[in-house]
Design a binder for this molecule. Structure first.
Ligand code: SF4
Length: 144
């Protein structure tokens, strides 16, 4: 809600693409609005009323969401509390993965399954979020 001074949009470079900058480090980034959040981003009414908020933030129902989840700056990914929430097939929350790719869970089966995922992450860095989700879904978990 107060990242508007730190994450700025410099210019629009495509229909849903923006060149942005993480001001504190001077790091540029290219952001594409997530396909499923383009209608949220298009509505400017909320962000106009909240000029201190990150320009990519939008309300969605009773939540406030990042509309560039896939392409958000590396600092955001690193500090995001939870990038994947993991549930059993019947919806029970079993744990979550943080932006630093650490599992937080007390579920012994999930912890055991995670031990198979960790070596894959160090051997093949990149697209970690997608790959973790894919493996967990194949093992019968639900990921959001
Ligand atoms: S996570 Fe998304 S909404 Fe939050 S500061 Fe980063 S880019 Fe902005």
């Amino acid at each position: 809600m107060y990242m508007g001074d730190y994450i700025v949009i410099e210019r629009q470079v495509g229909p849903y693409e923006y060149r942005g900058c993480s001001v504190s480090t001077g790091t540029p980034f290219l952001a594409e609005i997530d396909r499923d959040k383009r209608h949220l981003f298009a509505d400017q009414s909320w962000i106009r009323k909240h000029p201190s908020a990150c320009p990519f933030l939008r309300p969605s129902g009773n939540r406030i969401v990042c509309t560039i989840h896939e392409t958000s700056p590396v600092q955001c990914k690193a500090y995001r509390c939870a990038i994947i929430r993991i549930r059993s097939h019947d919806g029970k929350e079993l744990g979550y993965v943080t932006g630093t790719l650490s599992l937080h869970s007390d579920d012994p089966t999930l912890m055991e399954d995670w031990r198979c995922i960790e070596p894959l992450l160090s051997a093949f860095p990149g697209n970690a979020e997608e790959r973790i989700t894919s493996v967990l879904i194949k093992k019968g978990y639900s990921c959001t």
